[in-house]
Design a protein around this ligand. Structure first.
Ligand SMILES: NC(=O)C1=CN([C@@H]2O[C@H](COP(=O)(O)OP(=O)(O)OC[C@H]3O[C@@H](n4cnc5c(N)ncnc54)[C@H](OP(=O)(O)O)[C@@H]3O)[C@@H](O)[C@H]2O)C=CC1
Ligand SMILES: O=C(O)[C@@H]1CCC=N1
Length: 273
């Protein structure tokens, strides 16, 4: 399969992460371009790779095989309007990474025949450790499906979901998920300091513990509950901490937070409808 020409609309955090991963995996910079109304974002992106940049969205879409929409959901209508004519001419695959924004609402601007993949990536894509879920509209060809999968596989694992609504749950889990772990680590570091550690020591210990736990969860044959039990000596320190978490309703707290994220994803859809 030939290397697709990829145009990014929006050159912010996620676009930069994906461009970094693509370059790392051997995608030539000459087959990547990006548009953003703000020159600062474009120069930051050019520091990652010598990609061609545009301040005019439609100019970036010309000749593209794949257009990746990487703007905030609230700015999607504006971005879709700016590329509508160029997309119809280019016959390109559209990949949207915006939270919430539905395929139907994008097709209203881009045309019902446009091939659209909705994707929910996450920021560890920057380290090629991302987790992306994808859903394709019926108009997406087998080659275009492979394009989408290859692009996101360059920055981490890829999972196809069989219904579009599942992407709101994915957003609540892995899209927003890195922030939950960072929050948990921030709280652990603060608590370590209250117990008398200096901040550098507490930070190093929390970071390495998160890395070690993630690697064990991924690489061990034991399930998560078993791994947890292996740390939890009967009558010991971990048991005291885990019982405190359970008494305080940690699982309910997480469930409510993820429900709030999924509800917010549905609300964001409304902005482009
Ligand atoms: N950050 C994350 O963890 C994740 C984000 N997403 C999704 O990715 C999308 C982008 O998020 P993120 O990269 O964090 O956001 P950023 O704000 O970092 O990037 C968006 C970029 O688009 C630019 N922009 C604004 N309006 C337009 C326009 N009309 N045409 C072209 N470019 C425009 C912005 O400029 P300016 O900043 O000057 O407005 C900015 O440079 C969002 O839809 C979000 O839902 C998905 C998964 C994870
Ligand atoms: O917070 C957000 O809306 C975006 C989508 C998932 C992660 N960041």
């Amino acid at each position: 399969m030939s290397t697709p020409n990829i145009a990014f609309i929006g050159a912010g955090n996620m676009a930069s992460s994906i461009v970094g991963g693509l370059i790392e995996s051997g995608h030539p910079a000459s087959a990547i371009r990006a548009a953003d109304p703000y020159p600062d974002s474009l120069s930051k992106l050019r520091r990652i790779a010598p990609v061609e940049t545009f301040e005019d969205n439609a100019a970036a879409v010309k000749g593209a095989d794949v257009v990746i929409l990487a703007v905030k959901p609230q700015l999607m209508t504006e971005a879709l309007t700016s590329i509508s004519a160029a997309v119809k001419e280019a016959d390109a695959l559209i990949i949207s990474i915006a939270a919430g924004v539905t395929i139907d609402s994008m097709a209203k601007y881009l045309g019902e025949q446009t091939a659209i993949v909705r994707c929910m990536p996450n920021t560890p894509a920057l380290l090629s450790c991302g987790a992306s879920a994808l859903f394709a509209s019926q108009q997406v060809s087998a080659t275009q499906r492979q394009y989408a999968e290859d692009i996101l596989a360059a920055v981490g694992i890829v999972s196809w979901v069989d219904n579009e609504a599942a992407l709101d749950a994915i957003t609540a889990l892995s899209g927003s998920g890195p922030a939950y772990f960072f929050l948990f680590m921030e709280a652990m570091i603060d608590s370590g300091c209250k117990l008398g550690l200096d901040r550098d020591t507490a930070t190093a210990m929390a970071q390495q513990t998160a890395l070690g736990a993630a690697r064990m969860a991924l690489e061990s044959e034991a399930d998560l509950a078993t791994l947890r039990q292996q740390v939890t000596s009967p009558g010991g320190t971990t048991q005291a901490a885990v019982e405190s978490f359970e008494r305080d309703g940690l699982r309910d707290i997480i469930e409510r937070a993820m429900q709030a994220a999924a509800i917010r994803a549905k609300e964001l859809a409304g902005d482009t409808e």
